[in-house]
Design a protein around this ligand. Structure first.
Ligand code: FAD
Length: 535
């Protein structure tokens, strides 16, 4: 069997793994390996911002399909996950959103995650960021991650923003500044027509370091743990040959919210009874591995446009040729945009903090699992920001090739349904504002037949039928101060030495917003912990 040895092994070359491996390689005495099961990010659809939806349909993405979900009328909840260098950061919608200060303060104060309060994480965000417009106490201008304004501002999105302002929402020029409240243009991880992924911004510049080795198309199966110390990983290479990679110092799992808990369970760290049922030797009984699954869930208010002013058909025929030429010759036009240019964060419950995020866009997705609508349309898409529903992941067997048993419970908690009800109500108010109403020929979803009035059961059914992932699975290897938490606040796996997790799965509760930026922050912070402990 092929055998290698490194000091640090980072498993998973996604948003977190690319940041972490690059940072660890700054310790020039350390040999660092980054292992990624997917291919290098050579797919052109990854790098052109507007074609991310093509990347999502490529082999660079894998679908995680839940069991029939009782909270969605027995529909499965389907969650795409990157399977390529850069992971989610190579295929995501590029919205840059850190969440709210209170998210991090709650991690510290309620979950015992010492060192994760807002004042601890803000400097990490700033040092990662190279913001093209903002330079103040919230923003950095010399980091590796370029954060830019949308390259284009679509007139339909502008009309929706104006309608939201007319509805009473404040215009917000910076969702990552003093207040998240309001409506405005997102900042994005795309710049001059190119996606700014964790692979391009953090990993690739670090690859010139001789002590950093990138191995793609290596699928890790399990860890070898001896006397409660993580010693090595067992994997298959691109030819299906087994390889053994030993770690002299530490192994860090960055395989994402599905695969990191799976690898822990396959290696004997997880709920004891489950592991024993599958004949897995129990290294440490950790009942919370795979529990606490959370995702943001959305249901998009959708309206047909009365004129051909949306993005429908922009990827076909002569229009697509025009956009392609504009991009290739001048690096301008629609293809330079992430398309999801505008958004809003709104306190719909009166709690004092936004609880619904809206994506607003001049095109509309179809029903879950269906293609986009075949006509010009817009969406005002409310999404839960701090979901209360919790799902669970567990093994079906001890075979690493077998898929996880995924119980999503996407709308399992009534509070989340109530949040979406309020979200849809406000979306309809925005749609009905003068200035936007004239642009619309009909509301397609929930549709004129569905009342959004308080107590409308029809609306509940409509939301359950439309609810979909916002692509932010998290929480399945949560950190915390209590002994039950999978990780301690320095991201060390309880019960095993030399092993940490540093991806989106570590969040005890979801941040109020998109998870790409928070995940890269988590990885950076993990590097601080490891380098501080380094011999
Ligand atoms: C379609 C989509 C749209 C999104 N839109 C946005 C957005 O607009 N803004 C935003 O902030 N966030 C967005 N996100 C979320 C964001 O991208 C994720 O939160 C982030 O990528 C999570 O990072 P991670 O490191 O935890 O996991 P990932 O980035 O998923 O990385 C995990 C990596 O580990 C690899 N891996 C897994 N198992 C193994 C194994 N056994 N062996 C070797 N390698 C393995 C995977 O192939 C993958 O590359 C989106 C995500 C998706 C999928």
């Amino acid at each position: 069997m092929k055998t290698w040895e490194f000091d640090y092994i980072v498993v998973g070359g996604g948003a977190s793994g690319c940041v972490l491996a690059a940072r660890l390689a700054q310790d020039t005495t350390a040999r660092v390996a980054l292992l990624e099961r997917g291919k290098v990010d050579s797919n052109q659809w990854i790098h052109i911002p507007a074609t991310f939806f093509k990347a999502i349909q490529s082999p660079d993405v894998e679908m995680q399909v839940s069991e029939p979900d009782p909270s969605l009328e027995s529909r499965p909840f389907v969650v795409p996950q990157g399977r390529v260098l850069g992971g989610g950061s190579s295929v995501n919608g590029m919205i840059y959103m850190r969440g709210q200060a209170q998210d991090y303060d709650a991690w510290a104060d309620q979950f015992g995650c010492e060192g994760w309060g807002y004042s601890d994480v803000l400097p990490v965000y700033k040092r990662q960021e190279r913001n093209t417009r903002l330079a103040d106490r919230y923003h950095g201008t010399s980091g590796r991650l370029i954060v830019d304004d949308p390259s284009e501002k679509h007139p339909v999105t502008q009309r929706i923003i104006d309608a939201a302002v007319a509805c009473g929402l404040p215009f917000n020029p910076d969702f990552n500044g003093a207040s998240q409240d309001g409506v405005g243009w997102y900042q994005v991880t795309a710049h001059r027509g190119r996606r700014q992924s964790a692979a391009t911004c953090f990993l690739k510049p670090a690859l010139k370091r001789e002590n950093l080795t990138l191995l793609t198309e290596i699928e890790v199966n399990r860890l070898q743990i001896e006397h409660r110390r993580a010693k090595a990983i067992e994997a298959f290479d691109a030819n299906g040959e087994p390889v053994l990679i030993k770690a002299a110092r530490e192994i860090i799992l960055c395989a994402g919210s599905f695969q990191s808990p799976k690898l822990l369970m396959l290696s004997g760290v997880g709920p004891k009874a489950d592991l024993q049922r599958h004949g897995i030797d129990v290294v440490y009984d950790s009942p919370e591995v795979g529990a606490n699954y959370q995702d943001h869930v959305g249901a998009p208010l959708t309206a047909r446009l009365s004129e051909k002013v949306g993005l429908h058909g922009a990827d076909r025929g002569l229009k697509s040729v025009g956009h392609g030429l504009n991009y290739l010759l001048f690096r301008r036009g629609l293809l330079t945009s992430n398309l999801l240019q505008g958004g809003a964060c709104v306190d719909t419950s009166g709690s004092g903090r936004p609880d619904v995020q809206y994506n607003i866009a001049p095109f509309a997705p179809g029903a879950p699992g269906m293609p986009p609508l075949d006509f010009h349309a817009l969406q005002i898409h409310p999404m839960t920001m701090r979901p209360k529903s919790r799902g669970r992941l567990s093994l079906r067997s001890a075979d690493p090739r077998e898929s996880l048993r995924f119980q999503a419970e996407a709308l399992g908690h009534d509070a989340d349904l109530a949040t979406l009800r309020r979200g849809v109500r406000l979306a309809r108010d925005i749609l009905n504002q003068a200035g936007l109403r004239e642009l619309v020929s009909e509301e397609v979803w929930p549709g004129p037949g569905i009342s959004v009035a308080e107590g409308s059961n029809n609306l509940d059914d409509a939301i359950r039928a439309q609810a979909r992932t916002i692509y932010h699975p998290s929480g399945t290897c949560q950190m915390g101060g209590s002994d039950e938490a999978v990780l301690d606040p320095q991201l060390r796996v309880r019960g095993v030495d030399g092993l940490r997790v540093a991806d989106c799965s570590v969040m005890p509760t979801l941040t109020s917003g998109n998870t790409g930026a928070p995940t890269m922050m988590i990885a950076d912070r993990c590097a601080d912990f490891i380098l501080a402990d380094a011999p």
